[in-house]
Design a protein around this ligand. Structure first.
Ligand SMILES: Cc1cc2nc3c(=O)[nH]c(=O)nc-3n(C[C@H](O)[C@H](O)[C@H](O)COP(=O)(O)OP(=O)(O)OC[C@H]3O[C@@H](n4cnc5c(N)ncnc54)[C@H](O)[C@@H]3O)c2cc1C
Length: 289
């Protein structure tokens, strides 16, 4: 499996990058960590004539907090940058845990959050927890920039709203009242496996009453999505074992999985039931975001 021939550019600025992408059109692809792109090129699933690296855009690796905006994660931050970020460990430990449960250490050292999102694979690990936490993404292109909620970014497997000349530059997690959040992934091995089902939740508890909840599911529909009927069922209620069982069933009914080598649709749906209950219990009981 040899890589096909391609030209390679390392522009020095965002403007230059966007201009280059607009000029090259569908012949070019952005490369960040390359953990997904290189595999697809080796398997001849993609054969861009030109790769445009964003590694010289060093501002894209920053992770910081901005008052009034929230926590900002630069698109080129790697999974291990996220795992090891003191700011994220303090404010959103659930994002660090989701990043930690992705692939293996070698991949986590180079795979980026931007690549994980733009790849738009339904089983990707970071989108569910980011959607549960209400994250949005900033896209910068030749004609300006736009910010959209992450849950509106995906349009299908490997498809999103990003334009050919646009770069995903940052992920923004707004300040929020959530008292607990968690992402649990069910894979066929304990580590290094893609999600068969991924469930992320963010809850705002007042004693044992759930004031607000966001439940995001991955790997069980063409795109990661919020199980809004399950969320509505939870809001304003006292948490009981029976209620969690009901929420799990409701989330399972909202999912729309396919059958593949990792599991049948029926099995996946049942795992949504189990993991929604489990994820909610963990977020409620551990009490950290
Ligand atoms: C062995 C192995 C195991 C894996 N396990 C997992 C796993 O458990 N969970 C999981 O979620 N993923 C997994 N992956 C998939 C992959 O590693 C991740 O999706 C990774 O985050 C992709 O990031 P990257 O920087 O390498 O992206 P790249 O490969 O560089 O790019 C991926 C896509 O995104 C585009 N892109 C990248 N960055 C930007 C940007 N800033 N703006 C615009 N477009 C951009 C590229 O053009 C390309 O289309 C695995 C991959 C491998 C090889």
């Amino acid at each position: 499996m040899n890589l096909p021939d391609f030209d390679y550019y390392e522009p020095e600025s965002m403007q230059e990058t966007c201009k280059l992408l607009a000029h090259l059109g569908g012949r070019a692809k952005v490369i960040s960590g390359g953990t997904d792109l290189m595999v697809k090129m080796k398997h001849a699933l993609l054969s861009p004539e030109v790769l445009v690296s964003i590694k010289n855009l060093s501002q894209l690796t920053n992770i910081y907090y901005e008052k009034g905006k929230g926590v900002v994660i630069g698109a080129s931050a790697t999974h291990n940058d996220i795992v090891n970020s003191p700011l994220l460990q303090e404010k959103y430990r659930s994002i660090c845990e989701a990043a930690h449960h992705m692939a293996n250490n070698q991949i986590r050292n180079i795979a980026t959050i931007g690549g994980n999102i733009v790849n738009a694979v339904p089983s990707a690990d970071l989108p569910p927890i980011l959607i549960a936490l209400g994250a949005s993404v900033k896209l910068v292109g030749c004609s300006g920039e736009r910010r959209i909620p992450l849950e509106e970014f995906f349009t299908g497997p490997s498809k999103s709203v990003i334009a050919q000349d646009e770069i995903l530059t940052e992920v923004i997690i707004p300040d929020q009242p959530a008292t607990g959040s968690t992402y649990l992934k069910f894979g066929l091995r304990r580590s290094g496996a893609l999600a068969v089902v991924g469930v992320a939740v963010a809850v705002t508890m007042d004693g044992d009453i759930c004031k607000d909840a966001r439940i995001a599911l991955g790997a069980v529909a063409p795109v990661p999505f919020r199980a809004q009927k399950a969320e509505d069922l939870l809001k304003g209620k006292k948490i009981t074992k029976e209620l969690l069982e009901e929420i799990g069933k409701c989330a399972a009914a909202e999912s729309n999985p396919i059958s593949d080598i990792r599991g049948s649709a029926e099995y996946r749906r049942d795992m949504v039931r189990v993991f929604t209950k489990r994820t909610l219990s963990k977020a409620i009981n551990e009490g950290h975001v």
